[in-house]
Ligand binder design. Sequence first.
Ligand SMILES: NC(=O)c1ccc[n+]([C@@H]2O[C@H](COP(=O)([O-])OP(=O)(O)OC[C@H]3O[C@@H](n4cnc5c(N)ncnc54)[C@H](O)[C@@H]3O)[C@@H](O)[C@H]2O)c1
Length: 365
Amino acid sequence: MIEQKLNITHRTGSYTIFIGENLFGIKEALAQQIAGSHVCVVTNETVKPLYLDACLTALTQFEVEVVVLPDGEQYKNFTYYNQVMNLLCEKHYPRDSTLIALGGGVIGDLTGFAAATYQRGVAYIQVPTTLLSQVDSSIGGKTAINHAVGKNLIGAFYPPQVVLIDVTTLATLSQREYLSGLAELIKAALIADAEFFIWIEQHIDALLKRDVTILKQAIMRACQIKQTIVMRDELETMHNHCRILLNFGHTFGHAIEQVLGYGEWLHGEAVALGMHMATCLSQDLGLLDQTSVQRVYALLERAGYALQLPVGASSANLIQRMRHDKKVYSNCLNLILLQRIGTAVVKSDVPMLALQSVLERYSAH
Ligand SMILES: NC(=O)c1ccc[n+]([C@@H]2O[C@H](COP(=O)([O-])OP(=O)(O)OC[C@H]3O[C@@H](n4cnc5c(N)ncnc54)[C@H](O)[C@@H]3O)[C@@H](O)[C@H]2O)c1
């Protein structure tokens, strides 16, 4: 059942985000979006046994190939991108082919990049199956693969044909992955919508229980926030500091992930702590009041995030990493801070001492 639709316009056209339950069988959502006769579904070993059959039943009138990749961020690389390319080339997939990304953000990013580059661009459909990919990575047209030197270094801005968000797929997600995605949902409220933050405070128990009705409302609102931001700043331009607001908590979060070693903490777990650090820093710099900091802390704690750095992540190491974050322009560390709950701002003149003082409060002594 399609419950909600959102439309995103971009440089070269527009696409629709469908949100609902059991969407695979709905022609309007999937089959009608496919122009030609050739479809290639890209998924991974974990998602395949869960949702591939349902997806394929909606595609019986097409010539369909399936690529099943191993599961993990470490496979979002040239080797597995090339595996998709080899299939498309060897099976002579034409220019009006459609790729379908069935999985989380890893599959979405890699499939999107394959679509962006095969024959200079073919259509692709995002079918995100993690909470993070439903509220964040499937929307906005960023596609990428990793390089040994860094994450997402090779990629393109290339919007999908349609995004199909079936919230029932979240039932099978592990608790850690679910919470990782929930952090991005909370982020959306913190940076752009105070009312939504209050709503999350009121519905956090239902969200933690994955109540489908509540989830649909929450995902819709988070998608609207991302829609508004990416439509204002499709290509993440440096003068239009709009899309960069989506990185709230991420400069801290990336540094935590790197210092601990990727995979030790999930992205959203690191972002949750990063958001709290950014919130405290906002208070230290006189931007945010203490009550707001306490509310953010209470919500993150209620959701179950670790809000202390584990042993092995020192404040000195974190600062070192943050200086190398790709959001450093003209040698200034850009940090996204909060002016109020629901209003984020970019600060490019944050004194290192203030940063250090905040980070030290989170260190395990
Ligand atoms: N393009 C963007 O704008 C953007 C934004 C944020 C993140 N990203 C990228 O997204 C990726 C992270 O995405 P993610 O958090 O979805 O991770 P992921 O794709 O690795 O998925 C997390 C885990 O959940 C499993 N899974 C997926 N759907 C499932 C389901 N319904 N039930 C059970 N298990 C399921 C996956 O197999 C995997 O093990 C990163 O590569 C990141 O760089 C991209």
